[in-house]
Every structure is written in structure tokens, then in C-alpha cells.
Design a binder for this molecule. Structure first.
Ligand SMILES: Nc1nc2c(ncn2[C@@H]2O[C@H](COP(=O)(O)OP(=O)(O)OP(=O)(O)O)[C@@H](O)[C@H]2O)c(=O)[nH]1
Ligand SMILES: [Mg+2]
Length: 199
């Protein structure tokens, strides 16, 4: 299959990195990328925008330590969130992230939805379920990317997708396979972003 990149996302550029989300005016729409440390949030942003190094990627968990805002165009943004479950981060920093993220989910009017990124080999951790409940509480729609799907063969990846979909049925959220390395699932991710970021 010939993969054609949706040009509107490939123009995305870095806007601001901060622990104070109020730095960026609460206008237009944004979609936040949440998930465990090292799950592949930053890589997913790069794959979706067809850029190699827009968001910083690292083998060491805890690379993204602030909210990083990327501008798709004048009214639309993608936001890379600090990963959760990173035990080595100093206690006060972890506490600050928690408070910041809680405020962000509670207050941010332009937050149209959350892409929840899970490593397909370790889906639905306790923290992921907390995040899903949190989003439900604040009425934020969630779309799950089961990423690193290239690490499993086709059958196992499909099986995991089905299982995760069944477990998440009570939450009425959507779920897909994704691989930043193999660039699979990008068109489906774009379709979801198009819906949420509709101007
Ligand atoms: N095989 C494979 N590896 C991936 C994929 N996505 C990310 N990775 C690898 O997973 C590691 C973590 O990726 P990041 O994108 O930095 O993860 P993150 O969720 O942003 O991590 P933090 O910023 O620490 O929270 C890196 O070594 C990536 O190269 C994928 O789809 N397939
Ligand atoms: Mg990151």
C-alpha cells in the first residue's frame, strides 16, 4: 500500500515546553499524548507528523519532563505529556507533574481528547486504568494507541487489540494498533485527530 502523509500534520512545529500550561492561551483545540514513561508517546508524535526529531525520543524512561506543545496550525496543537510510572524521577518532581497534569485535565477547555499510548506488550497497567478513569471523570474522550505493534506478529497483535477492546468496552473509547517504527496505524490516527481537532 502506498502511504500518503496528510500534509496538514507534517507542517507541525515546536511551540513551547513548560510545566505551566497556562503559558499557552486556552484557545483553539489540542490533543494530548499521555501514557507510561517509555511507552512511545514522543515517537508517536513524530510518526504522526512525519518528522524525525520533532519530539525528543529516548531509550531512557522519563525523557519528556514537561508539557511540550506542538503547533499543527494556528488553531490546533498536539501536546506531549510527561510519562507516568517513572520511579527514578525525584519525589517533588513527580508530585509537581501530578498536580500539573491534574490541573491540565480539569481546567483546559481546548483539550479535545487524549491519545493514550500503551506499549502493546504491556497494555492496561494500573496507571493506565487510573488515567482512563481520570479522563472519564473530566469527560475527556480517549483514543488508545497500542504502539510498538511491530514487536508482535500479526496474529498476536490482533489478539491483544481484541482483548484490550473487550476490557475497555465499559468505557466506550476507541483503540487501534500503531507502530512508529513501521509507520503503521498513522492514517487511522489522523482520522481521529481530524475528528477531534475539527475547526
Ligand atoms: N520497536 C518500536 N520501538 C518504539 C516504537 N515507538 C517507540 N519506540 C522506542 O521506545 C523508546 C521510548 O520511546 P519514546 O517515544 O521516547 O517514549 P515516551 O513515551 O515519549 O517516553 P517518556 O518521554 O520517557 O515518557 C525509544 O527507544 C523508541 O525508539 C515503535 O513503534 N516500535
Ligand atoms: Mg517522551
Amino acid at each position: 500500500m502506498i502511504f500518503t502523509m496528510n500534509p496538514q500534520y507534517s507542517k507541525t512545529h515546536f511551540l513551547h515546553s513548560t510545566l505551566k500550561f497556562q503559558d499557552i492561551p486556552d484557545t483553539g483545540w489540542e490533543v494530548a499524548f499521555a501514557g507510561r514513561s517509555n511507552a512511545g508517546k514522543s515517537s508517536a508524535i513524530n510518526a504522526i507528523t512525519n518528522q524525525r526529531a520533532l519530539a525528543r525520543i529516548s531509550k531512557t524512561p522519563g525523557r519528556t519532563q514537561t508539557l511540550v506543545f506542538f503547533q499543527v496550525d494556528e488553531t490546533r496543537r498536539l501536546v506531549d505529556l510527561p510519562g507516568y510510572g517513572f520511579a527514578q524521577a525525584p519525589g517533588p518532581l513527580q508530585q509537581r507533574w501530578r498536580t500539573t497534569l491534574e490541573g491540565y485535565f480539569r481546567q483546559r477547555r481546548c483539550l479535545a481528547g487524549v491519545f493514550l499510548i500503551m506499549d502493546i506488550r504491556h497494555p492496561l497497567t494500573v496507571m493506565d486504568l487510573h488515567m482512563i478513569n481520570w479522563c472519564k471523570h473530566y469527560r475527556r474522550p480517549v483514543h488508545v494507541l497500542l504502539t510498538k505493534a511491530d514487536k508482535l506478529n500479526y496474529g498476536s497483535a490482533q489478539n491483544t487489540l481484541l482483548k484490550v477492546q473487550q476490557m475497555l468496552e465499559p468505557y466506550a473509547l476507541t483503540c487501534q494498533l500503531f507502530s512508529a517504527t513501521k509507520k503503521t496505524g498513522i492514517e487511522q490516527a489522523h482520522a481521529m485527530l481530524d475528528r477531534w481537532l475539527e475547526v
